[in-house]
Design a protein around this ligand. Structure first.
Ligand SMILES: Nc1ncnc2c1ncn2[C@@H]1O[C@H](COP(=O)(O)OP(=O)(O)OP(=O)(O)O)[C@@H](O)[C@H]1O
Length: 284
């Protein structure tokens, strides 16, 4: 059998929280989560708000540390990054795209200059190479050279999300984590970005961890699907079988409560400070 690209074994996360009268206790946000992801596979993670989807994603990206459990990338243990160098190394292999690209793009930097800066940080290559690579990346995500000379404010939401994807791809990661990456987009733009993601996966053989509230979107882009509730895995299997013949009442309820047209997810609040190499994130 092929070695999985990513394997999560009994991932758990306890957050320290203050209770009534300031008493500290631990809140279990993730409880023994297991999954694996093959090279080129797309795994959807679904569940209601607070079920632990983003915490799982943040641990895989190295933005959060698991309280217990193990992660393997191509058979080698992934340990929590401690230094800037560790973070850069993790960022080269695992990139994350968030819901709101606005927060992560420097408003005073033109799009192409931002990509060039990333390439400079991560690759010891010539100016000419970086210029060519920037042009290639823009083209790959369906942006024009003139988009490259624009500021983020001059682009639409869909274009900005394409920029985020280009920036993530710039580092040639093996895994792209998409955390509600299309949730804030209008339905027609969402469809275009989903098509782009499908094409990129076919083209590059990259794997996706695709987090979404929207089961219709997950159905479109995921081969397998993990359903989470209260930090635990409720159901896990091929997307078609989980979504067409859900075994668990929780999954059945999620399907029955599919978001209707016009539903808007809540905006995320950034958790931490800026980390070079994971600049696509509004949360780092
Ligand atoms: N830094 C933190 N400190 C304390 N609790 C946290 C922290 N981060 C997340 N949690 C809690 O952990 C649980 C899981 O949160 P998480 O963001 O992973 O859920 P989610 O499924 O991604 O939800 P949403 O879709 O609303 O973002 C929630 O109850 C959340 O309040």
């Amino acid at each position: 059998m092929m070695e999985p690209l990513l394997q999560a074994i009994n991932l758990s996360k306890d957050f320290p929280v203050s209770g009534p009268r300031g008493r500290k206790h631990e809140f279990r946000a993730l409880d023994n989560v297991n999954f694996s992801l093959a090279k080129g596979e797309s795994l959807g993670i679904v569940g209601e708000s607070g079920s632990g989807k983003s915490t799982t994603a943040r641990i895989v990206a190295g933005l959060e540390t698991a309280s217990s459990g193990l992660l393997y990338l191509q058979g080698a243990p992934l340990v929590a990054p401690r230094t800037a160098k560790d973070r850069r190394q993790r960022a080269r292999r695992i990139q994350m795209v968030f819901q709101d690209p606005f927060g992560s793009l420097n408003p005073r930097q033109k799009i192409a200059a931002g990509i060039d800066e990333l390439l400079t940080l991560h690759f010891d290559k010539s100016h000419a190479w970086r210029q060519q690579r920037t042009a290639e990346l823009l083209e790959k995500v369906g942006l024009t050279p003139s988009n490259g000379t624009s500021y983020p404010r001059n682009l639409s939401g869909g274009q900005r999300q394409r920029v985020s994807i280009a920036r993530a791809l710039a580092l040639e990661p093996e895994l792209l984590i998409l955390d509600e990456a299309v949730s804030a987009l209008d339905v027609s733009i969402q469809a275009q970005v989903l098509n782009l993601l499908t094409d990129l996966r076919a083209d590059l053989g990259i794997s996706y961890l695709f987090i979404s509230h929207d089961l219709a979107v997950v159905r479109q882009v995921s081969d397998s699907c993990l359903v989470m509730s209260q930090g635990a895995v409720v159901e896990y299997g091929a997307t078609e079988s989980v979504l067409d013949s859900p075994k668990e009442p929780y999954t059945q309820q999620l399907l029955a409560a599919l978001p209707t047209h016009g539903w808007t997810p809540r905006r995320r609040v950034p958790f931490a400070t800026h980390t070079p190499g994971l600049e696509n994130s509004s949360a780092v």
